[in-house]
Ligand binder design. Structure first.
Ligand SMILES: Nc1nc2c(ncn2[C@@H]2O[C@H](COP(=O)(O)OP(=O)(O)O)[C@@H](O)[C@H]2O)c(=O)[nH]1
Ligand SMILES: [Mg+2]
Length: 200
């Protein structure tokens, strides 16, 4: 790995990397950031107002009464020399203007997907493909959602063969950590061995 100089016991200045957490509305972005973050996640949630209700399609997430209007922010130390800053992207189309700002300096992204609403994550997949930002897909396995083989999900999302796809439970810290570790690994392979990504 590009930054494996941790054989000495001296405290190391960690590399900090920025990772985006994307995917459709209600797919578990806020949940994932909250499950792993060492700092109290900064959330900007608003009640789903009567005005927003016709716009925010809550089929499948009927229990959801708040929506993230700006972003989720969190931090996780993956290793003593590797700290991730997590930025959840807003899931609703009307906040697309924020994406280019959030994507600045990002090493990579995870696109969360819900098999009941796969199409909701198409836009995020398209976004990262078009900008050549390394990403992985994590299917958030909701209770009550049908389980599909990875290859079926991969085909439905029309993913390139090199895009890693995994199953996760966004509520579980260890599961969310695995997802983030996979994103970092994939992105670093893409960035190229030997070249340290710019810290944010
Ligand atoms: N059963 C189950 N519920 C989840 C999971 N992840 C998120 N949720 C719930 O689904 C709803 C939407 O999640 P949220 O993180 O707010 O979605 P976001 O819009 O992508 O930020 C919340 O009520 C969560 O508690 C999961 O893995 N399993
Ligand atoms: Mg959210």
């Amino acid at each position: 790995m590009a930054f494996g100089r941790s054989s000495s016991r001296r405290p190391v200045e960690p590399v900090t990397l920025k990772i985006l957490v994307a995917g459709g509305f209600g797919v578990g972005k806020t949940t994932l950031v909250g499950a792993v973050s060492e700092i109290r996640p900064l959330r900007t949630e608003e009640d789903l107002s009567e005005i927003g209700r016709p716009v925010d399609d809550t089929v499948g997430v009927e229990g959801k009464t708040t929506t993230t209007v700006a972003m989720d922010f969190g931090r996780i130390t993956l290793r003593e020399d590797l700290v991730l800053y997590l930025f959840g992207t807003p899931g609703q189309d009307r906040f697309w203007f924020l994406w280019d700002e959030l994507a600045q300096g990002a090493l990579g992204a995870v696109v969360l997907a819900d098999t009941r609403r796969l199409a909701d994550s198409f836009a995020a997949v398209d976004y990262f493909e078009r900008r050549d930002i390394p990403f992985t897909v994590a299917v958030n396995c909701f209770d009550g959602a049908d389980r599909f083989p990875a290859e079926t999900v991969r085909a439905a999302l029309d993913l390139d063969p090199d895009v890693p796809l995994m199953m996760c439970d966004a509520r579980e810290r260890e599961s969310a950590k695995e997802v983030l570790a996979a994103v970092v690994e994939h992105a670093l392979v893409r960035v190229g061995a030997g070249r340290e990504p710019a810290s944010t």
